[in-house]
Design a protein around this ligand. Sequence first.
Ligand code: COA
Length: 258
Amino acid sequence: MYETIRIEQRGEIAILYFNRPDKLNAINATVYKELSDYLQSIEQSEAVSVLILTGEGRAFVAGADIDDYLTMTLAQFSAFQRLGRSVMAQMEQLQRPIIAAVNGYALGGGFEIALACDVIVAAENAKFGLPEAKLALLPGGGGTQRLTRIVGSYVAKRMIFSGESIDAQRAYELNIVTEVAEKGEALNAAVTLAEKILTNGQLAVRMAKRIIDEGLEASLPTALSLEMDATAHLFVSDDKREGIQAFVEKRPPQFSGR
Ligand code: COA
């Protein structure tokens, strides 16, 4: 069905593989369009509660397809960048958690895609970097901004000025990655996390994603008001009633997502 991505469904967990392994899954416009199309399809159905992004072969995604840059006009380049920006916004607005399972290289646009996910888990051999300055370019898919918001300007500038990659352990120390798995185990670690998320009320999980992201862009009083409104909304949900009832009856809850 898709040319550059592959989807595997495991119950309510969907795994999206970037699937151009002979190019280390480098991104072209088709990758972005197919990712966007898939995100739209899951938003419109209840079949997927958690989405995992990972890469086929030895890379997560090694950045934009540099071969395409040889012939691109400025208009084509700008359109490609706008497309990437809109797909990453779509990821952030998706009312489902997205986990990046970084199995190898996450460079340039690949790192930027991971940074637009809600959680990043990585294999110990994963590499993260924004090497665009080596091509006399800049990260144009949010790298200069999203990375800086996580690690601060000194670390972000060092990474972007030098173009050097960091390994998974360093990414963990910098709060980019929440867990480091053994080589070949990033996807399993992401699935284990997804299964934990699925035991909880999905309304609450989706609300948490929205208010954490929106709250980061707001003043603290505004963000705290968002939080208060969200908790009040959840307080009258079927899921909250079931969660409390199940706790009292000492049984696992059966959430309906309402
Ligand atoms: N765009 C297009 N092709 C890419 C690519 C990219 N971003 N990254 C890797 N490839 C291709 C290579 O050209 C090579 O193709 P070939 O087998 O036809 O020669 C293949 O993927 C394997 O890559 P290779 O460089 O041989 O693997 P390696 O293990 O020696 O090095 C990297 C891996 C990731 C360090 C290296 O491929 C690299 O630096 N890639 C570019 C990263 C980058 O600058 N990304 C930002 C782009 S804006």
